[in-house]
Ligand binder design. Structure first.
Ligand code: GRF
Length: 194
């Protein structure tokens, strides 16, 4: 599969996906990184991995539709078949959703439907839960609302700081995301076979 990863930040999940492809455990062709933050560390990771990146700021466009239409153009140019969101801090709008129906996935650091949106880990800690986790789901127009593909539980211990929990969730994400993507891509290929 020719994929694009969308990210806005440090890109540790992007890195895990790149590493899995290089290790031969994920059968994907990462053709493009789409980033909306010129200072994001993920851009250096892409450069190091020699993956093409495209950094676009919504403020350079008339509106969100124009911004997303340009992204679609960039995806089309590279024959992208599937989109992987990895810490992309924006809702996906209709130009991208229409071009990629049922072909966009996201990873979120909670057991959805609990704690959607920003600061999912802070929300879980404030709620006092002892178990949180991560969710990999298809993307629709809502905020972290699409059909769930996989979830993994992560414990919150009594004296954990938010950073402790964040680290524990991210470690689990780096294992789960490439694995689930591989399962998805294999399943899709099998289903498409005559
Ligand atoms: C991840 O924890 C993911 O669950 C959330 O954003 C974070 C991105 O981290 N959607 P990174 O940029 O991959 O390090």
């Amino acid at each position: 599969k020719r994929i694009a990863v969308f990210a806005s930040g440090s890109g540790s999940n992007f890195q895990a996906i790149v590493d899995a492809v290089n290790a031969g455990t994920l059968d994907a062709d990462i053709r493009l990184l789409v980033c909306d933050q010129p200072s994001a560390a993920v851009l250096q990771r892409a450069q190091k991995a020699m993956i093409d990146s495209c950094c676009l700021s919504p403020k350079d466009f008339a509106d969100k539709t124009a911004f997303e239409k340009e992204i679609v153009q960039q995806l089309r140019l590279r024959g992208i078949e599937f989109i992987v969101l990895a810490g992309y801090m924006r809702l996906i709008g209709s130009p991208i959703l229409q071009e990629y129906p049922a072909s966009i996935v996201n990873i979120h650091p909670s057991l959805l439907p609990a704690f959607p949106g920003k600061d999912a880990i802070g929300q879980a800690m404030n709620a006092g839960v002892q178990v949180t986790g991560l969710t990999i789901h298809y993307v629709d127009a809502g905020m972290d609302t699409g059909p769930i593909i996989a979830q993994t539980k992560v414990q919150i211990h009594a004296n954990d700081s938010i950073v402790d929990v964040q680290k524990r969730i991210q470690q689990a994400e780096h294992i789960c995301y490439p694995k689930v993507l591989q399962e998805l891509f294999t399943k899709e290929t099998t289903n498409a076979a005559p």
